[in-house]
Design a protein around this ligand. Structure first.
Ligand code: PEP
Ligand code: MG
Length: 324
């Protein structure tokens, strides 16, 4: 069984009806990219860069150190894209020594991710320069977590331009056309998606947080863990809507939250029209096996009924065709 699964490494990810699927990997350290290459992934869909900042005994990595780490991931991927997500510090992830975290509360609604980066522009610019310098060695891309407000988008894009200008003045190499993407993980972002489609080169749905914020369930609070439900009709409607709008606008959209790595949900996501998945490497071949068996066109026909199914029996019935 394991042996058979390993053989899937070499087959192209496509559905029975010929829809090509991009399978990417989520990483926390540059070396994790080795797994991505081994498994035949077509890129790193999410590099959680905050893991470079979380050692409690270490000062925050400076530009040079970060550059070396990002460059290593990009070089290991040998020309394939690496989405480097800027620091996503927050309730579930504390930064190491040297960061002023007095203001980052423990609330998931607090000063976290891009909100925090925008209050620490020097730390943010340092990270952006390091990513940009890595982009001279391969396909580094910038991905921004937790955006919701147009002012945050404007300020983020302005700082990216400023980082480019700083490198230009220093005479250092970078990809001036580096793709910039946004994570869609706050319902407000999903509800104003045309703005994101206009401003960004690609989108990635962070279902872990999208579920948290849509259902008002703190991811870290065990007392409400039983209400954390990826199959809530509100979540399914939001996701189907995001994927549909992005496809129509011809903007690449991936899912990089846990849902993408659950082989039980692969058929559902294919039915929604998803073609880009990013997940922990341990899930990749399991998801690929589902893809190779699936008929995307057929799955699609069951989505409208699912999205209107608010009663549990209705949903169960619609899901019969969509779950593995
Ligand atoms: C997500 O929110 O789904 C996501 C991929 O990011 P993280 O789990 O790091 O918040
Ligand atoms: Mg998230």
């Amino acid at each position: 069984e394991t042996h058979k699964l390993q053989q899937l490494k070499h087959s192209k990810a496509a559905t029975v009806d010929g829809v090509a699927i991009e399978l990417m990997v989520n990483i926390e350290q540059p070396e994790d990219a080795i797994h991505a290459v081994e498994l035949g992934a077509v890129g790193v869909g999410l590099f959680r860069s905050e893991f470079l900042f979380m050692d409690p005994d270490q000062a925050l990595p400076d530009e040079e150190k970060q550059y070396q780490e990002y460059r290593r991931a990009v070089e290991l991927m040998n020309g394939l894209p690496v989405n480097i997500r800027t620091i996503d510090v927050g309730a579930d992830k504390a930064l190491g020594a040297g960061a002023d975290l007095s203001q980052t509360g423990t609330s998931p609604l607090g000063l976290r991710a891009i909100r925090w980066s925008l209050t620490e522009p020097e730390i943010f610019l340092t990270q952006l320069r390091a990513i940009l310098r890595a982009s001279a060695h391969g396909q580094a891309r910038i991905m921004i977590p937790m955006l919701a407000h147009v002012q945050e988008i404007d300020e983020t894009l302005r700082l990216i331009e400023k980082a480019k200008q700083q490198l230009h003045q220093r005479g250092q190499a970078f990809n001036a056309n580096i793709p910039v993407g946004a994570m869609i993980e706050i319902p407000a972002a999903a509800l104003i998606l045309p703005l994101f489609l206009k401003r960004f080169d690609f989108l990635s749905i962070g279902t872990n947080d999208l579920i948290q914020y849509t259902l008002a369930i703190d991811r870290a609070d065990h007392a409400v863990a039983h209400l954390y439900d990826p199959m809530h009709p509100a979540i399914l409607n939001l996701m189907a809507n995001i994927i549909d709008q992005a496809k129509r606008a011809n903007v690449p959209v991936a899912v990089c939250g846990e849902m993408a790595g659950d082989p039980g949900l692969t058929r559902l996501l294919l039915g929604m029209g998803l073609t880009d998945f990013s997940m922990h490497f341990s899930q990749l071949l399991l998801v690929k096996r589902e893809i190779l068996k699936a008929n995307a066109g057929e799955l699609k026909t069951h989505i409208p009924a699912l999205l209107m199914a608010f009663e549990p029996e209705e949903q169960a019935s619609a899901l019969q065709h969509l779950l593995a």
